[in-house]
Write a protein that binds this ligand. Structure first.
Ligand SMILES: NC(=O)c1ccc[n+]([C@@H]2O[C@H](COP(=O)([O-])OP(=O)(O)OC[C@H]3O[C@@H](n4cnc5c(N)ncnc54)[C@H](O)[C@@H]3O)[C@@H](O)[C@H]2O)c1
Length: 245
């Protein structure tokens, strides 16, 4: 049976790569992003998705997330797999970080994960034999502190807390895991968001290169596959050796 998938942050980057990873399996895929992800939906349909649904949604907005849940319920009847990729990064010295910036990062990365996860868990049936899969994209920074990134680091530590708690609460019918990527070559790491100094530091990891978004898509596909059936409550690190938790 065709699996029913929701991917957030699907307009570009890791979310778009996850959509293209699931498409050839013939899944029915709902794609949500603050920018309506029509192009990703078209690419996923060309790549083999049985049905696609492009939805505009700010994941920090409770009503907007509820509307995504309603659209998914109407069109698919429920959910088997969710990959929550929507997120933002923020780099600044603490003493130059207005409280409003902290609130913005936490609203999108942590509150957004709570809202999307809660909505998804309400729509997932799943059984011990055929568990549903909820995958949240955290970060390797969920494992360590990083100067000039404290709101982002705190938000991603929080995402791991949600994953570990929900994995216990919904076992065995839903498997809940985080992917904790190292530096991945997306616009999030581009010059608009990140200083050149930080990018250079990021390359000083054992594998000496940024990861590709497709590498995270493949990992999400694995966690949602039969091979992933004994993973729950984990932060799974595809990170080029940036951190060895
Ligand atoms: N790129 C990296 O190095 C890296 C490393 C670790 C973790 N991550 C995490 O992976 C996830 C995806 O990041 P990416 O690298 O693809 O970044 P990206 O900036 O390319 O994509 C992020 C997507 O999230 C969407 N988005 C932003 N705010 C939103 C909101 N309020 N509501 C809905 N959608 C929103 C954006 O429109 C965009 O399409 C993020 O959670 C990020 O923290 C990225």
């Amino acid at each position: 049976m065709s699996r029913r998938v929701l991917i957030t942050g699907a307009y570009r980057g890791i979310g778009a790569a996850c959509a293209l990873a699931f498409a050839p399996t013939g899944a029915r895929i709902a794609l949500a992003d603050i920018r309506k992800p029509d192009e990703t939906a078209e690419a996923a349909a060309r790549a083999g998705a049985l049905e696609t649904l492009a939805l505009a949604c700010d994941v920090s907005d409770e009503g907007a997330v509820a509307a995504v849940g309603e659209a998914v319920r109407e069109n698919f009847g429920g959910l088997d797999i969710v990959v929550h990729c929507a997120g933002v990064i923020h780099e600044a010295p603490l003493l130059e970080t207005p409280v409003a910036d902290f609130d913005w990062v936490i609203a999108i990365n942590l509150r957004g994960s709570f809202l999307v996860g809660k909505m998804a868990l309400g729509l997932m049936e799943g059984t011990a034999e055929a568990p549903a899969r909820l995958i949240l994209i955290a970060s390797d920074m969920a494992y360590y502190g990083r100067e000039t990134f404290s709101p982002y680091v705190a938000s991603k530590h929080g995402v791991l807390g949600l994953v570990r708690s929900w994995a216990k609460e919904f076992a065995p019918r839903v498997l809940v895991n985080a992917i904790c990527p190292g530096p991945i070559d997306t616009e999030m790491l581009g010059a608009a968001n990140m200083s050149a100094e930080w990018r250079a530091k990021e390359l000083a990891i054992p594998l000496g290169r940024f990861g590709r978004p497709e590498e995270i898509g493949e990992l999400a596909l694995f966690l949602a596959s039969p091979g992933g059936r004994y993973f729950t409550g984990q932060g799974v690190s595809s990170n080029g050796g940036s951190v060895m938790p």
